[in-house]
Ligand binder design. Sequence first.
Ligand SMILES: [Zn+2]
Length: 379
Amino acid sequence: MACQIQSSSMAPTLVGPTRTAVCNHCGESFGIAADTFAPQLPIRCHTCGGTCQVKSPQTGGQLVTVVPLQDTQTLNRFDLVAFSAPSISSAGSWHVKRVWGQPGESLRIRDGEVWINGRLVQKSIDDYLRLSVPLTAYPDSSSAWQISTGDSAQDQRTLSWRFMKPAPVIPTDTDPQFWLEPSGIDDDYPCNQGLSYQLQPVPDFGIELELNERLSDRLTIETQFHHRPLTIVLRPEGWPVGDRGGSTALRLAAHDHCQIVCCDRRVLVRTDVEQYEQTWDATTLAEAAQINASSAQSTSGARSGFELSCTPAAPIKRLQLSRDLYVRTPTRTGNGDWSIQIPDEHYFVLGDNLPASIDSRGSLGLLKANRITGILQRP
Ligand SMILES: [Zn+2]
């Protein structure tokens, strides 16, 4: 059965009704989640930092399909479930959340990260690809990419895409912490995580790359992860293992495709020739929040973006950038350090948009299995 999404507690994965904000200074227009719109607070333009007006009528939420649950069916971690919840809503309406904790598990949330039975939940490359939210693709949305090609065949070809930078605040008469920000997150799509106070940017992202032909020379991918530069160099033949670089320069063999996933404090790379995995010495969330807060008031921003260069110019068939599913916030009450033992036949569920979600951390409580109507299929 098909259902319409009515809130943005599952954004960026599922988007509820939106309205359009228009900047008074630069004219930029962008969508904001209707359910978190608070008219008494200024909305800050993500391009110039100026104040915005909310203009257009509300548009409807996304449509999704709910597949009824079979009697004996158990749920997997990360499944999206629709359920009734008399404690927080009227009869006949359903809620949608994501399963994080399963029956019998001990779950802890520390600084916005989920730990199960004492271990940080870390996704595999396949988990990430199943759950991630697409940001931009090349060539599908090639206008978003900057492309530069050298004059001779030996010159390199560069493709770059900028993650959104927090704009400087103008005017400065309001403390930035009281602004509603269309995005505190590292991409250029302000609508998809709703509107929240002091969002913690999610540094996690993924890159899928496909070439038209086999790599003949090197292909370099430069980006940042947790505010540290990350360089991945792909070549047709690998280096000897001992020649692998340090923590910021990974060198791998690839022929014509690769997947790079930076999530849950790890860097995972899978090419058609080899696989690589490294634990990333991440900046702590508290440090990252500080960096983000200071960059919000500078013109330089928190992220420089993403750049890919090939020597000689290699034909890129397709490049997909994506990011992890949820928004972290270390500032919300109950999300600092918090734990629970899950009894049998119950699940612990969270909204992907953690700052704006009513879920198992709060008044919803644990979800009893017999309340679950079905599993959601994303559009
Ligand atoms: Zn503006």
